[in-house]
Every structure is written in structure tokens, then in C-alpha cells.
Write a protein that binds this ligand. Structure first.
Ligand code: FAD
Ligand code: NAD
Length: 474
């Protein structure tokens, strides 16, 4: 065993939590190393998550627009076909390019990237097991660290009775790389992954059936948004079986036979492939947490942290999918920055009330803050202003009029409690709303802000006007 350098900070995991934290630490003058077990940097987000899924969503949306909407715009062409292999190659190129960008970013900030499996050996020691550089030999290195940041992310939850086999019964990683379009695709779980990857394969011609155990899809969404999205995706050809529990699945000659528990007894359904997307669990195994005394919540498996991302061991911090809160890349990055700033004695902070979230279906759904259901449950007096995209000039020009904006504001103070957008480019529109909430704006502030015409952002202006106390004349 070799004792290597000592560092101010050793980060374990180079996902959007870990690498962003490492860069911030270097900017603050900390001598930093980042340990990553995979050959590629960027974590689940860049390699098997946000980026490859959005690359495929973008390619298939263009295909879908060409099939269904170009004609309405007066654009015609001869032979239209989707080239799956070209789409997959493009996706891999996008991932590779961004991975290289992360490597250069870390290098340019002087962060040492160490390839290998990291684990705690003490409150100030990280053990890295991996191949000694260029030698092909297994080696173990010990790194001394004033502080350690755990950022090892998460992995898909496996359901008993639905064992992944890497081919017919798969998780999201494999469903991002199918070599052919499955004639039929069953999806267990109508959450983020089910809806996004369901959209990808449905647009390419697969018969997609989503089996969701709850009575709604995307349960974290505002109820009205979820119901509208369900209707729109249904119109696009995706099938939904809600309140449906999947008992088991077995690989049969032609594909996968799924047994579901229905009201009248058991039913079986056959699919060419089955994607299981029922959530993710924190990756805490083999990190040496018990030995060092890092507390883990026995129910959720998440590492316990305080408001500065510090674990029960004062020199060890944890962020991202490993800890409580939504499993989102930008939340992981925000925690990474906050954790490092706290280590440096700065007032690092994450505002958990203002974390935007987006489901990248078509149209997209984006939200920030409280849903109407949450405002009611908490007994907060509130008013709602809504506006449909069918009344927004730019949306009509684009031919994308499905959806609406919904703003929830405090009944008395007019403070914005939540904004929910179902509509074109909702992912971009939500930024303005998050900023407004971060700056503690009132709905009337949004209503008074001049928005360019004609733009999609006028939907926010109109929804704010709909509930604003300021009397408007159109
Ligand atoms: P990760 O990104 O998982 O990174 C952890 C890193 O740690 C990995 O590189 C891993 O190899 C490494 N590691 C683990 N254990 C060790 C060890 N012992 N030693 C060394 N290295 C180790 N979020 C969004 O915000 N927007 C999206 O559009 C989005 N789309 C998604 C699509 C899919 C299909 C999936 C699966 C997820 C998506 N997510 C999305 C979620 C997002 O990917 C995660 O929330 C995010 O990656 C969490 O970041 P992290 O840094 O905590 O962990
Ligand atoms: P999810 O939590 O979004 O959805 C899981 C769904 O599966 C839920 O609706 C749940 O009710 C359902 N479910 C659970 N057990 C079931 C069962 N046995 N049978 C039928 N349904 C069942 O999880 P996911 O879709 O796997 O995604 C994992 C995480 O990755 C998400 O929580 C999200 O944080 C992140 N993600 C984010 C994005 C994005 O930001 N656009 C995209 C993909 C993934």
C-alpha cells in the first residue's frame, strides 16, 4: 500500500455533484483530488442519465415534428425515416464531447483526477483501489485529506420478481442504447424515466405501455399538470395502466411476460422488452461508512447531513443523490458548491424551496416551489393564476398550443409559492420563475415586468396578470 499526497479536499465521485464541488474547491485555493471509478467523468448524469436521454429526446422530437407538424408549416419532403444507429452515434458523440469538457475543466483548475474505487479508511483518509497508472497492476493508494466529500450518486432500484437481465428486462442505461426499436415496450414506473424514455421509443414507433402503481403519473408534479400530461401523452399513443402493481416478469422466447395484479385477478401481458424505472437508491455500499461512523438513514439508505452538507463525522461531507432531497443534477451541483463554501468558512447554502424540476416530454413540464396540493395540505392561503398557451401568440405561430402556466401566490402577501408550466420550452421558461422566487418576488412583480412580444414567456406574464392585485386593462 502506497501513501500518496495529502490534500485539503478529496472528493469521491466525479458526477455533477463531485466535479462541480472539486472545481469550486480549487477556485477557493484548496488542494483538491477527485476519485472516480469509471474511465469517463461526469457521473450518471453525463454518461447514462440527463445528457444521453436528452440527446435522444431531441433527435426523436425532430423526427416527430417532421412526421406530424412540418406539413402544417408548409414544409414537405419525400422519404422520411429515423436512422436509429445515427441517432445513437450522435448521442455517444455528445456524451464524449461533454466528458472531455469535464476532464479539461478539472485539469485547468489543477484538480488531480485519480481513477479507482474510493472508500473511507478514517475520518481523514481515503483508500483508492485501482490500476496503477499505465502498469496494468492493481494497486491501493491512501490519500490524506483535511476534508472528504462523498458524491457517489445512486443506482436503479431493483424490484424482486423483475430481475434485470441486461437484454429483455432492463434499467435506463440499457434503454438508452437499444440497437433496434422494440415493437412493444413495457415500462414499470410512470415517473421521470418512464415518461422520458417512453416518449423516445414511442416516437420511434414502439408500442409503449406504462404500468404505474399509483393512480397518477409523475407523482411529484402538481396534480393538474400530471392529469393534463397524461391526456397529452395518451393522445400521442402511449398507453397507461394506472393503479397497477406488477407482480413478476419472466423472459420468454419472444420477449418478456409480465404478470400484473388486476381487480379481477392476475393478468399477463407480453412485451418485446421491459424497462423497470421505479426510482433510484443511494450508492453507499463499500464506502466504509460504518467503520468511520458516518450515519445512514436505515429506511432510505441516504447519508444523513446537516444544513452545511456535513455528515455525522465532522470532516466528512456528502451531497447529491447520496443524501435527502430530489435526485437532480443541479441539486447535486448546488450542494457541491455549498458544501465546499462551508468547508472554506463561507456562508454556503442551498435553497431547497427553489429547486426547479423538468420532465422532458413533449410538451415539457417544468415546476418550481409548492404544488397546489402542497399549498392546501399546509393550510397556506393562496390564489391561482393560469394562462393557456393557446392564447400566446408565439405558441400559436409555432403550432404548439398544448398546455398552460399556473402560478400559485400567497393570498395576502402575493409572494410566489410555486409555478408550474406544461408547454413548449417549459424547461427554459422556468428559469425566470426560479429567479423570481429566489429574489422573493411577488406575482405582481412578474405582472409588471415587460416581456418581449411575441415570446413564450408572455404566458408567465399573463398568468401573473390573471392573479395580480394590480388591475390591468388589455
Ligand atoms: P452521479 O452522477 O451518480 O455521480 C456519482 C459518481 O461517483 C459516478 O461517476 C460514479 O461512477 C462515481 N462513484 C460511485 N462510487 C464510487 C467509488 N466508490 N469510488 C469512486 N467513484 C465512485 N437529473 C436532472 O437534473 N436532469 C435530468 O434531465 C436528468 N435525467 C436523468 C436521466 C436518467 C436516465 C437518469 C438515470 C438520471 C437523470 N437525472 C437527471 C438524475 C441525475 O443523473 C442525478 O441526479 C445526478 O447524476 C446525481 O449526481 P451525483 O453527482 O450525486 O451522482
Ligand atoms: P421516479 O421516482 O421518478 O418514478 C418512479 C415511478 O415508479 C413512480 O411513479 C412510482 O410510483 C412508480 N413505481 C414504484 N414502484 C413501482 C412498482 N413496483 N410498480 C409500478 N410502479 C412503481 O423514478 P425514475 O423514473 O426511476 O427516475 C429516478 C430518478 O432519476 C428520479 O426520481 C429523478 O430524480 C431522476 N431523473 C430526473 C430526470 C429529469 O430531471 N428530467 C429524468 C430522469 C430521471
Amino acid at each position: 500500500m502506497e501513501l500518496s499526497d495529502s490534500y485539503d479536499l478529496v472528493v469521491i465521485g466525479a458526477g455533477p455533484g463531485g466535479y462541480v464541488a472539486a472545481v469550486r474547491a480549487a477556485q477557493l485555493g484548496m488542494k483538491t483530488a477527485c476519485v472516480e471509478k469509471e474511465g469517463s467523468l461526469g457521473g450518471a448524469c453525463l454518461n447514462v442519465g440527463c445528457i444521453p436521454s436528452k440527446a435522444l429526446l431531441d433527435s426523436t422530437e425532430l423526427y416527430s415534428l417532421a412526421r406530424h407538424q412540418f406539413k402544417e408549416h408548409g414544409v414537405g419532403f419525400g422519404d422520411l425515416r429515423a436512422d436509429l444507429s445515427a441517432m445513437m452515434q450522435r448521442k455517444d458523440r455528445v456524451v464524449g464531447e461533454l466528458g472531455e469538457h469535464v476532464r479539461k475543466l478539472l485539469e485547468s483548475h489543477g484538480v488531480r483526477v485519480i481513477r479507482g474505487m474510493g472508500r473511507l479508511r478514517g475520518p481523514d483518509t481515503v483508500e483508492v483501489r485501482g490500476e496503477a497508472e499505465g502498469s496494468g497492476r492493481e494497486s491501493t493508494v491512501l490519500l490524506q485529506a483535511k476534508t472528504i466529500l462523498l458524491a457517489t450518486g445512486s443506482a436503479p432500484i431493483q424490484v424482486p420478481g423483475l430481475p434485470f437481465d441486461g437484454d429483455r428486462i432492463v434499467g435506463s442505461t440499457e434503454a438508452l442504447a437499444f440497437g433496434t426499436v422494440p415493437a412493444s415496450l413495457g415500462i414499470v414506473g410512470g415517473g421521470y424515466i418512464g415518461l422520458e424514455l417512453g416518449s423516445v421509443w414511442s416516437r420511434l414507433g414502439s408500442r409503449v405501455t406504462v404500468l404505474e402503481m399509483m393512480p397518477t403519473i409523475a407523482g411529484t408534479l402538481d396534480g393538474q399538470m400530471g392529469r393534463s400530461l397524461l391526456r397529452i401523452l395518451g393522445r400521442q399513443g402511449m398507453e397507461f395502466r394506472l393503479s397497477t402493481k406488477v407482480g413478476r416478469a419472466e423472459v420468454v422466447e419472444e420477449g418478456v411476460r409480465v404478470t400484473i395484479e388486476a381487480a379481477g385477478g392476475e393478468e399477463t401481458h407480453d412485451f418485446e422488452r421491459l424497462l423497470v424505472a421505479v426510482g433510484r437508491r443511494p450508492l453507499t455500499r463499500d464506502l466504509g461508512l460504518d467503520e468511520v461512523g458516518v450515519r445512514v438513514d436505515s429506511r432510505t439508505g441516504q447519508v444523513w447531513t446537516d444544513a452545511s452538507c456535513r455528515t455525522s463525522v465532522p470532516t466528512v461531507y456528502a451531497i447529491g443523490d447520496l443524501v435527502a432531497g430530489p435526485m437532480l443534477a443541479h441539486k447535486a451541483s448546488a450542494e457541491g458548491v455549498a458544501a465546499v463554501e462551508c468547508m472554506a468558512g463561507l456562508p454556503g447554502e442551498v435553497n431547497y424551496d427553489v429547486i426547479p424540476a423538468v420532465v422532458y416530454t413533449s410538451p415539457e413540464v417544468a415546476s418550481v416551489g409548492l404544488t397546489e396540493e402542497q399549498a392546501k395540505e399546509r393550510g397556506i392561503p393562496h390564489r391561482i393564476g393560469a394562462f393557456p398557451f393557446s392564447g400566446v401568440g408565439r405558441a400559436v405561430c409555432m403550432g404548439e398550443t398544448d398546455g398552460f402556466v399556473k402560478i400559485i401566490a400567497h393570498e395576502h402577501s402575493d409572494r410566489i409559492l410555486g409555478v408550474h408550466i406544461l408547454g413548449p420550452r417549459a424547461s427554459e421558461l422556468i428559469g425566470e420563475c426560479a429567479l423570481a422566487m429566489e429574489l422573493d418576488a411577488r406575482a405582481s412583480d412578474l405582472a409588471r415586468t415587460i416581456h418581449a412580444h411575441p415570446t413564450l414567456s408572455e404566458s408567465i406574464l399573463e398568468a401573473a396578470r390573471a392573479l395580480s392585485r394590480v388591475p390591468f386593462k388589455k
